[in-house]
Design a protein around this ligand. Structure first.
Ligand SMILES: C[S@@+](CC[C@H](N)C(=O)[O-])C[C@H]1O[C@@H](n2cnc3c(N)ncnc32)[C@H](O)[C@@H]1O
Length: 317
């Protein structure tokens, strides 16, 4: 398939057609194309939200039972983390895994394309005590590059636990990505996916402004509702868990506020959204973000519904 003229490998320009002005074209660039601004806005998002806290609650309350069921009594477990970022959440899951399987050794494959994130992950590992039981393999690559690499090498090993936490937005075909990784699971193996819930503020924002905000060659605006639809259509069985979470977006409503602009970039996934979006789109998005489907207002703060959902898939029968 030939590439549209507005898409180059390094720079995606989204041309949108505003319903009001009919054919008003505006070049909006995707935030994912600017690694450093993406990381800055992601870091700020983590500070302003309970994103990692709600994952930790899940890891300590629900995940232990899920992890207890993997491994089939083996003394060595294979784990694959896809889109691990700086690894904070991965390390927490690995520690829970060890508690459920004392004495096991673990081979942990990390699949992460950002060298900055991988570096931070490696530094945390170097500083951490009591993780000699884990051997790390660092794959600086995307999920699809890992898939190619795996198919070329044809390893015989199977995975006991695979996780993709907040990463399926960045692949072209989430259904195919899930199928590939599910095919790597060993007997009793589990694949854990965490994404924003379809019932979150993100779901409302993306259902309303998909055309203007979402990059067409990625599944960027995917929620767990979409993933469950894909799994249902293929007859794949899964369990799901809602993870309540919030994000304080008050600063987004102060014109010119630097952090508010960074958060708006993260929310819209558009680079410099405040400066590059049309005044109509900006006004529409800001109005929507305040609506009850997206946020609640309390004590002068605007609190966005950042609920996540975890989906757990078994090995293919
Ligand atoms: C929102 S962050 C989540 C990081 C981490 N899992 C967490 O929850 O804190 C998404 C991560 O996916 C990585 N990523 C982006 N595109 C990817 C791809 N095609 N394959 C694998 N990982 C990707 C990014 O570099 C980033 O570290």
């Amino acid at each position: 398939m030939s590439q549209p003229a507005c898409l180059s490998p390094n720079k995606i320009i989204i041309t949108f057609f505003s319903a009001r002005s009919c054919v008003m074209a505006s070049p909006l660039q995707s935030l994912v194309n600017d690694d450093s601004r993406y990381l800055k806005s992601f870091q700020l998002f983590l500070e302003r939200s309970s994103e990692h806290q709600c994952m930790r609650d899940f890891i300590h309350q629900q995940l232990p039972d899920i992890l207890a069921s993997i491994g089939n009594g083996k003394s060595h477990l294979n784990v694959i983390g896809v889109g691990s970022g700086a690894g904070e959440i991965d390390l927490e899951m690995l520690s829970e895994l060890r508690q459920k399987h004392p004495g096991v050794t673990v081979d942990n494959e990390v699949v992460e394309p950002s060298s900055q994130q991988l570096h931070v992950y490696k530094v945390s590992v170097a500083q951490k005590k009591d993780i000699d039981y884990i051997s790390f393999t660092w794959n600086k690559m995307t999920a699809s590059e890992f898939e190619e690499h795996w198919k070329e090498k044809k390893p015989t090993k199977k995975a006991d636990f695979i996780h993709m936490i907040q990463m399926l937005y960045y692949v072209k075909d989430p259904g195919a990505t899930i199928s590939f990784f599910q095919s790597l699971l060993d007997k009793n193996g589990k694949l854990l996916i965490i994404l924003v819930s379809g019932r979150s503020g993100w779901g409302k924002l993306w259902r309303t402004h998909r055309q203007e905000l979402c990059t067409p060659d990625l599944s960027q605006c995917v929620t767990t509702e979409d993933i469950k639809r894909i799994l249902d259509s293929k007859g794949v069985r899964y369990q799901s868990y809602e993870l309540p979470s919030q994000m304080d977006i008050t600063e987004c409503f102060t014109e010119g506020d630097e952090e508010g602009e960074l958060l708006l970039d993260f929310l819209t996934e558009v680079l410099n959204f405040s400066k590059t979006a049309s005044p109509e789109l900006k006004a529409d998005v800001l109005k929507l973000l305040r609506q009850p489907d997206c946020s609640v207002e309390s004590e002068g703060r605007v609190v966005f519904n950042n609920n996540l959902e975890a989906i757990v898939i078994d090995q293919q029968p």
